[in-house]
Design a protein around this ligand. Sequence first.
Ligand code: AMP
Ligand code: MG
Length: 400
Amino acid sequence: MLSLEQAQAAIRERITRAQRTQIITLNDAVGRTLARAPMAVVDNPAFDNSAMDGYAYNAVDLARAQGKLPVQGEASCGSAPGMLTTGTTMRIFTGAPLPRGADTIAIQEVVQVQDGVAVFPAAGKREDFIRRRGEDFRSGEELYPIARRIAPMDIALLAAAGVSEVEVFAKPTVLVVATGDELVPPGVPLQIGQIYESNRAATIAQLRQLGAEVIDGGIVKDNPATLHSVLAGAVNYDFVITSGGASVGDHDVVKQVFAQLGNIEFWRVKIKPGKPLAFGRVGDKTHFFALPGNPVSSLVTFKLFVEPALKAWHHGVWAWLELAATVENDLRRTPGRMEFLRGRLRTENGRLYAQALPGQGSHMLGTLRLTNGLIKIGEESPGFKVGDTVTVVPLTLDVS
Ligand code: AMP
Ligand code: MG
């Protein structure tokens, strides 16, 4: 059996990285991954300008005039920089170009203007409230490296830098199939012995969030011939993800069918939940994951294996945020496998606390109502006691 790290490394090594790219507008860019480093078209700031509403002056002039300067002219936004007449101050507004000859700005709140003369309380420091051209970034500068997945925040920087289009990798195509004789989609009344299918639905939702093009392969019976026909076109996709039937039961047909179509690379990992799991290749560009059927195992293995694989496919290096938290309950367990518990994370006075939630069975979805993170337990750990420090992985930053 492989450790988590060994399994993740094995997957990383076997990924055929994305080749096809496309150019898209910024409007469509969130969630997509850069295939070329975008460069700033302009300096930011694009010109020297004022950070505040106030008065622009020359520090030497003000000292000479003992704190009083006649107001002459106005610098407003959207116009070209004017020229400060020696021995005067100019009215200026936030974002307006700094007039030539000025080197300091006083905010309007501290300046008294009487009969066209501005009275300054004290000389400011030269450069006060001035934003200099290029102090943020320079034209031609690489804004992001390739493999960056574009977040909403990145749109601000790209737009400010004058970038209207970005080159990204074409979306990975992912065929998602649920296997199981007992599965029906929600919306249909259940017959005795049937359950509602949830893994494929959640996998599709997660993939879409990660910027994948999903092909819904539906629910397939535990029948090798049927599954084989559904997966026969596997080579047409970048990824194929199945759920269920990956174990060694009589009706666990997924491995058998994948073994006919391609190569299975490994199928047991020393983690809980999620032990029955297979990864492999079909042809020279298709990666497949046979994820376990238990709903929680399916969610956890998606995060542990599919997310890193997608990251590698996009030429990136996957990492997630692990934090130290004080645990709020006791847990005894049998060492031997790395374990991920569903947890509730909270902060109090800037400290992070984690509660291992009741209801950890890998079939139990109700616990997800309170889950906002995972508690990671090392292979050899016998568990923890209240007050111990544990490692946690936040799943969301919204802890309301
Ligand atoms: P399996 O891995 O096929 O042996 O399934 C393990 C458990 O997960 C069984 O209780 C299945 O009924 C359940 N299960 C399998 N696939 C799904 C699915 N797509 N949605 C919900 N539960 C599932
Ligand atoms: Mg099954």
